[in-house]
Design a protein around this ligand. Structure first.
Ligand SMILES: [Zn+2]
Length: 105
């Protein structure tokens, strides 16, 4: 394990997130775990059959006709986001209702 390479790589990742104005989803601990899994031959880079980019996948997963997460986001990703938004809306509505009740009293 090359700690120097890991910290440099992680710094680049953070810079990339900053430039593309996206929130980093990977913290340093998870990045370290990712590198260890690569070293242990648990993970590998698999080629997407649609966009031909390479993405992280399990070593023993199917290698042919696989599609990356960018081309086909997991269905629960959208649902979770939607559910979170709905929850926030419901909470906001509850807060407004509570405020109205408090005002009326
Ligand atoms: Zn793809």
């Amino acid at each position: 394990m090359h700690l120097d390479a890991l910290t440099k790589g992680y710094r680049l990742y953070l810079e990339h997130c900053q430039h593309s104005e996206t929130e980093p989803v990977l913290d340093l601990t998870r990045a370290w775990t990712l590198v260890r899994f690569f070293d242990a031959d648990i993970l590998q880079l698999t080629k997407c059959c649609r966009c031909t980019s390479k993405f992280v996948a399990h070593k023993h997963d199917l290698q042919h006709n696989v599609v990356c997460g960018a081309c086909q986001p997991p269905s629960r990703a959208g649902k979770t986001k939607k559910a979170a938004a709905a929850r926030q809306e419901a909470q906001a509505a509850e807060a407004i209702e509570a405020a109205q009740i408090a005002q009326a009293a």
